[in-house]
Design a protein around this ligand. Structure first.
Ligand code: ATP
Ligand code: NI
Length: 322
């Protein structure tokens, strides 16, 4: 069952240097209970896409067009058209975010127990103090050891991993239907990274959430994603169930990404990064935005016409396949 339908999402940033075409014509679905992973190099539009879902785009950015249909209890709403007041009730409670930097999400002046209690109180009303037990239970749920005493700690007394877990506890405090995690793992080491992803998996099964997870790490993708969206230069270039993507990547960019990592399903002998640099989104390359870096470019075609994203379960935007 689809819980979210993103259609033709376009977000521009109107800067002094020019219009940054950060996200253009992005369409995808999110199903109930799935983990959808978005991968792509820095600047490919992953964060902007997921923030735009609940209109968290600040000026000079603007959502230029598109729709985000959110389905719940038999009704559907377009989040891009909903009055701000109603959207605010959904954002943070039904659709919750875990942002890149855990430190910025925590206030250094309050204990984590207080801050987790505060998010619970924000949804349910009443005094923060009465939710201390709930806060402890949430900290326990995200596998913080000795949550009763940890709840009384200030952020600086916690490790990066523990801070991240506290932020996740805040995000799941109202049992969101959709959890959007924007690379929540860069601040911590690889072991902790895997632990946190494991935690997400557990929480997903327990709470029946859908997860959108943003990462650069293709290794983690293989282990945790049900489906993958590959973004390049503000567009989706490929979309596929995880195994399918790893076994039969179609887009030359995806192939490059997979060659650039140790692929746990199909081990590669040597690591090759994708040569070239990310496109300038003020003046993106005409035609296919990847054509200047593409080893299979079709002259007279790829630099002139933009390839549409086509296919059913496995979609690709590349002239090699049409
Ligand atoms: N406030 C802003 N002003 C101007 N341009 C912006 C702004 N925020 C984002 N952009 C541009 O939008 C594009 C997409 O950025 P986005 O943050 O979504 O990339 P990303 O895929 O999340 O990258 P990363 O992996 O580094 O987080 C980039 O070209 C970026 O420069
Ligand atoms: Ni980002």
């Amino acid at each position: 069952m689809k819980i979210l339908e993103v259609r033709d999402l376009t977000v521009y940033f109107y800067t002094y240097a020019g219009v940054v075409r950060a996200v253009e014509g992005v369409s995808f679905d999110l199903y109930k209970g799935e983990t959808l992973v978005i991968v792509g190099e820095t600047g490919s539009g992953k964060t902007v896409t997921t923030r735009a879902i609940t209109r968290l785009i600040q000026p000079p950015g603007r959502i230029v067009s598109g729709s985000v249909i959110y389905r719940r209890d038999g009704e559907e709403v377009d989040l891009l058209k909903l009055p701000e007041e109603e959207l605010r009730k959904i954002r943070g409670s039904e659709i919750a975010y875990v942002f890149q930097d855990p430190s910025s999400a925590l206030d250094p002046l309050y204990t984590v127990g207080y801050q987790v209690g505060e998010t619970v109180a924000a949804h349910r009303g009443g005094k923060i103090k009465q939710y201390f037990r709930d806060a402890v239970e949430l900290l326990r749920k995200v596998l913080i050891p000795e949550p009763e005493s940890r709840a009384k700690s200030y952020p600086h007394q916690l490790s990066g991993g523990m801070k991240q877990r506290s932020v996740i506890a805040m995000a799941i405090s109202n049992r969101p239907r959709i959890l959007i995690a924007d690379e929540p793992t860069t601040a911590v080491d690889v072991t902790v990274q895997a632990q946190i992803l494991h935690l997400f998996k557990q929480l997903k099964d327990e709470l029946g959430m859908s997860i959108i997870f943003i990462t650069h790490n293709m290794g983690l993708v293989a282990e945790f994603a049900d489906r993958v969206l590959v973004m390049y230069g503000g567009k989706i270039v490929e979309e596929a169930p995880t195994e399918e993507l790893f076994e039969k990547p179609m887009h030359p960019y995806t192939k490059g990404l997979l060659r650039a990592v140790v692929n746990p399903i199909q081990p590669q002998e040597r690591l090759e990064p994708v040569p070239g640099t990310i496109p300038n989104l003020i003046n993106p390359p005409p035609g296919c935005r990847f054509h200047p870096r593409c080893p299979y470019v079709i002259k007279g075609k790829c630099e002139r016409e933009e390839p549409p994203l086509v296919g059913t379960r496995h979609k690709v935007a590349c002239w090699l396949y049409t």
